[in-house]
Design a protein around this ligand. Sequence first.
Ligand SMILES: [Zn+2]
Length: 62
Amino acid sequence: MPETKAPFMCECGASLCDERIWLSPTDYAGLDGPCLAPRHTLDEGNPLEQGRQRRKRRRRRS
Ligand SMILES: [Zn+2]
């Protein structure tokens, strides 16, 4: 019997973000990091407020 999926709030931290990610409790528990909607990240700030014109940062090689 499949697990029931439930909507989890995106955890990107954006105040305007109301994205939800449908996951089963097992999927949620297995996440390595925060629960994030597609293209939402914690590092990049708030994509909803900053829009799509945001400059891409160059990746540094360490
Ligand atoms: Zn988000």
